[in-house]
Every structure is written in C-alpha cells, then in structure tokens.
Design a protein around this ligand. Structure first.
Ligand SMILES: [Zn+2]
Length: 539
C-alpha cells in the first residue's frame, strides 16, 4: 500500500505520532495502568489507534467493548452499511463479505467476537452475530478494534496455509486478504495529516495487466509468434515461461532443442521476456526431494513416471538446471522468474529460488492466496521472515471450461475489479494454440481501459522490486507550504509515483505533476541515485 511506518516497542515514541497500530495483541501483561492512561489521553487529544485482539479489561472502555469470546468456528465476516471512512474502498460484494475458512472445516483460524458497549459502532460482524470490527470515538480521537489477527487474514493466506478461505481457485475476483490492506490504507488516508503514499502502479496509472504464456509442450513454441504479434500491435508484451525438457519420459518427449530454441531466441529479440517453467513439469514437484544445489546439465537426469511420480528429480534440479539451460542458450538471458508446473509449490521453493539466482515467482493463483497485490514470499512459506523472492500470483488462466476465448468478458470484470483497488492482474495463456487464444487476447487488450498498463511480467516485477526497496521520506521545511521529498533507489526504476493528500502547485527535480495535482511521477532513477524534490503545495 506504500504507507510509511516504523516499528517500536517504546510507547512514548509511538505516541509522538498521530496514527498508531497496536500489534499483535493487548493482554493484561502488555501495558501498565499508567501506559493505558497514556493511550487513553493520546486518543482523547486527537490520536488514532488501530488495534487487534485487545483482551485486557484495563482498555475495555477505550476500545468500546463489554466482553469477547474466542472461537475457531466463525467462518464469515460481513461489513456493515456505514459512513465510516475506513471501509471506503470496500464497495463490491466480494469485499463486503469475506470468508475466513472453508465451511467444510469445523475449526479454522481463531477469532474474537466482541460484545460492544453503548458507545461503540460495529463496522463488521461474524456469522454468529458478534462484532468483528469496532470503532469508538473518544475526545478528539478515534480507535478501531479488530477481532482477528492480520497474520491470519493476510500472511496466512499469502503462505497458502489458510483453511481454504478462498471462494474460487482461479479466474474470479477474490480480495479476501486485500480488504485488510485497503482498510489500513483508508485508515491512513482518513486520519493522516498531509499524508503521502508510494503508489503501487508506475506512471500515475491505475493498474497493470501482466501477460504470460506457459510453453510446456512440443507444439507450443511456434504459436508464440502469433501472441507476440498481437501484443506488439496492442502496445503490450509478455513473458514466456519455458519448460526446458531435455529428457524423454512417460509424460512427453524432449523438446528443448532446435528449432524450438531459435523460436525462443526470436521471441526474446522481439521484446518478449523469458522465465523458467521447470524441466519435467511434474504434478509431484511439491513432494520432490530438495536436492543438493549442485545439480547440473547433463548429469541431472529427472524422469516422470506418471503425472505426479518421478525418479532422479529434485526441487533444486528443476529450478537450477532450467535456468542454467535458458541462460546458456539464449543470448542476453538472465532467468529470474519461475513458474512451477501445474502450480505445485513446495515449502522450500522460496529458498531454492533465492539460492539459484531467481528474484520472482508466479506459482500460486491469486484466488488461492486471496491476494491481488504482489508480495514478498515468506521463507519456508512460514510466519517468521520474508525471502528475497516476490510472488506474482496468477489471476486469469486459459484452461478452465469453457476456455479463455469464451471468458474474455469475465476476465475483464476481474481485471477492472482489481484496477479499482490499484492492484494488478496476471494473465496466463498457454501457447499450445493461437487461432482462438491470440484472437481472444487481442479482444481483451482492445477493451482494456487506457489507464491500465499492459506489460510483461519481468518488466513489472523489476519495477515492483525496486519500488519495494527504495528509501524515501517527506520532510516539512521552514516554509509551511513546502516540503522536501527525498528518494534513494539501489536499483534502476522508471515511473515511481507518489500520491499526496494536499494538492501540489509545483515540484522541482524533473518530476511530472498529474492534472489532479495530487500524483507526482519521478524521473527515471539510476542505480544508487538519490533525488531531492521541493514540493510546493497549493495555497
Ligand atoms: Zn505448465
């Protein structure tokens, strides 16, 4: 969401700011009575708190509840009809009600259902009628209390360790994790003073459509030209994920050789980008042995025995040797993007990708991880630390019945729903056939609104990585109508966009001000470049 924040265990330091998030929970050991009094005074004087799982009686009246009941049996959450600004971005039915876990599982994540007191307003409730999200105005400030952990409704989904909370697997709009990020964004925008945010999409645009093709059959190479042609004619480009199959096995013959290699070289020379789609493309990839990390061509000899069984295959081998081959065979190629066959993901994948020189992955579906924003893939798909790998989950694919060519209007609806949230959509079209599918892709591109960027996955992912890693600050100056925006990027980046609450009159440093006076697009930054821009607000 591009919201600036820092983490501290020092209460006075936190309360020096206008907006404070209490995380991960508040029980009777978290604060002393005098600290609780400070929190209450902070809100009374115009502070804003967003908290989750407050259990302590000492803060009951500040947060506006009488009691709570922890349970693992609440499966649904519904937002109330309210004027409250923090639900501002939740306008669609899929956002107004979310699923916390499958109805088929009796016990899912823990939730704390609150009983509000007479002052509090209930902004969302669980299926048993208890309050899931409360707000309470105290003095000049306001508090929000969530009866769920963001770890469970955001990170757990992104790890795919959720209790099957997704309502669809692919091809539908599933913002189950995004709604919590959108709530935090709305909270920041409602109560921040002169706020600024680093936008998710470059160039001041609304959204991005990331195009990709999986090449996982001997006859899937030549049709790639038709897709590339359609994309070029519609100011788009795409990433081809290549299965580097050099062994014959029970699933298919080898096909990673001439003339297929020439086709990949020509696609790349024509402006497409290339990623790895493993070697044997096994449905059993997530159950393979890890391997040594020394696998190499040609001594690595994996063979599929059937759809999900294989011999001689390892996770490292599939990831590392496919990159070795692509990098060796295609001029100028450095393979940094991976997509697993059949979207099967072993928990070691983030670390194996890191150790093999990759930066990006696209092996999940967006619906399955309930996320339409790219995110850092946690190591071991766990809860402790992020890996260096960014995940770009697949939103739309071509194989579900009745096939992509007949689902273009549906795909467009999902893309527009994501665009409304400033999120992205990833499209996967297998290049096994181009008569119907390239025509359908053209149809989709022609109907795409002009403020949705259409691009290949590698280009956007490099932008995302640079954006995620920049250092930036906005500092007031001695002149009340001026501020200094400082940005430093380790990596080259084009189109970084900042959104301001206050309309801007002029800006220095070659930045472009959008007609709405609230979006600034930075000039291209070179690696290690440091820019300082003077922002002069309208007055
Ligand atoms: Zn595939």
């Amino acid at each position: 969401m591009g919201i600036p924040f820092f983490i501290t265990r020092d209460l006075p330091q936190a309360l020096g700011h206008r907006l404070v998030i209490l995380y991960p929970s508040v029980d009777s050991h978290t604060f002393t009575q005098s600290q609780a009094d400070k929190l209450t005074a902070f809100v009374r004087q115009g502070g804003f708190i967003f908290a989750q799982d407050v259990f302590w009686g000492g803060l009951q009246s500040l947060f506006g509840f009488r009691s709570f009941t922890p349970l693992r049996t609440r499966h649904h959450l519904t937002f109330s009809e309210t004027e409250d600004p923090i639900t501002k971005y939740l306008n669609r039915p899929e956002e107004r009600e979310t699923q916390l876990g499958s109805d088929h599982l009796p016990e899912i994540i823990w939730s704390n259902g609150y009983v509000p007191d007479a002052h509090a307003e209930v902004l969302a409730h669980f299926d048993d009628g208890s309050a899931a999200l409360l707000t309470n105005s105290v003095g000049k400030g306001k508090v929000y209390l969530l009866g769920l952990s963001l770890l469970d409704v955001v990170l757990r989904n992104q790890d795919n360790r959720d209790y099957e909370a997704q309502r669809h697997y692919v091809n539908a709009f599933e913002p189950g994790a995004d709604v919590w990020l959108l709530i935090l964004r709305a909270w920041y925008e409602a109560y921040g003073q002169d706020w600024v945010r680093l936008a998710a999409i470059p160039g001041g645009q609304r959204s991005a459509l990331l195009l990709s093709h999986d090449v996982d059959w001997e006859n899937s190479f030549a049709p790639g030209f038709d897709f590339a042609r359609v994309e070029k004619a519609n100011q788009a480009s795409s990433t081809f994920f290549i299965q580097t199959k050099y062994v014959d096995d029970a699933n298919s013959k080898a096909f990673f050789f001439a003339p297929n290699l020439d086709i990949i070289r020509q696609l790349k020379a024509g402006g497409s980008t290339v990623g790895s789609h493993s070697i044997i493309h096994s449905r059993g990839f997530n159950k393979f042995e890890l391997g040594s990390g020394h696998e190499t061509y040609p001594s690595y000899q994996p063979r599929g025995f059937g759809f999900d069984t294989a011999g001689g295959a390892t996770i490292f081998g599939e990831v590392r040797v496919s990159k070795e081959l692509l990098d060796g065979e295609i001029p100028g190629q450095d393979t940094i993007f991976f997509r697993a066959g059949h979207l099967r993901v072993p928990v070691s994948l983030p670390e194996v990708l890191e150790r093999s020189g990759y930066q990006f992955d696209s092996s999940f579906t967006a619906d399955d991880v309930l996320s339409n924003f790219p995110f850092a893939l946690p190591r071991d798909l766990g809860f402790e630390e992020d890996s260096e790998i960014y995940e770009f989950p697949v939103t739309i694919e071509d194989e579900e019945s009745p096939g992509f060519a007949k689902r273009v209007p549906q795909a467009l609806r999902v893309i527009l729903a994501n665009a409304e949230n400033g999120a992205v959509s990833v499209v996967l079209i297998h290049s096994n056939e181009s008569i119907l599918k390239a025509a359908a892709e053209q149809d989709l591109l022609r109907q795409l609104p002009p403020d949705i960027i259409r691009t290949d996955m590698v280009t956007f992912a490099k932008f995302w990585r640079a954006r995620d890693r920049i250092q930036w600050s906005l500092t007031p100056t001695s002149v009340p109508t001026e501020a200094l925006l400082q940005v430093e990027s380790d990596e080259p980046v084009i189109g970084l966009t900042f959104e301001f609450q206050r309309p801007i009159a002029t800006v220095t440093g070659g930045a472009t001000l959008f007609p709405d006076s609230r979006h600034l697009v930075l000039p291209e930054l070179a690696p290690g470049q440091n820019v300082s821009l003077h922002v002069d607000y309208q007055h």
